[in-house]
Design a protein. Structure first.
Length: 135
């Protein structure tokens, strides 16, 4: 898939993602595989403003059962691991262009699923600037 912000590869047997446009974000939802990518941010009712990158990271750290330093296309970030019921979810937040323009990549794994596919997908990410040149 390629957008104006990023491109990446995913397994050919997956269906194309469903794109959902909202006022502050665009979500690419691979419903059959559970992979979700969100570009933009969330409005915080508590703070009465858009959340910053640091606040997105704090939210991830709250209930994380694991945190791993990783690099995606030369950008250092962290992968957070959460346990929700019997499933494990891995999530990454990458700062893009401004403190309120985040790329949020997450994928839950039901029991028995192989989480290596998430790392394989992350390894193919390329980020693109506003003028179409890869960063």
């Amino acid at each position: 898939i390629s957008t104006n912000s990023f491109s990446f590869k995913y397994p050919k047997e997956w269906n194309e993602p469903i794109t959902k446009e909202q006022s502050l974000r665009t979500t690419y939802d691979f419903t059959s595989s559970n992979l979700e990518i969100m570009v933009g941010n969330y409005y915080s009712e508590d703070l009465q403003r858009i959340r910053t990158y640091e606040e997105a990271i704090q939210d991830q750290e709250k209930d994380a059962i694991g945190k791993i330093d990783i690099t995606i296309y030369g950008i250092p970030t962290k992968k957070y691991i959460h346990k929700i019921g019997e499933s494990t979810t891995e999530a990454v937040v990458v700062l893009k262009e401004s403190p309120t323009q985040n790329i949020w990549i997450s994928m839950p794994f039901p029991p028995g699923a192989d989480p290596k596919i998430f790392d394989q997908i992350l390894s193919t990410f390329v980020f693109i600037t506003n003028n179409g040149i890869t960063e």
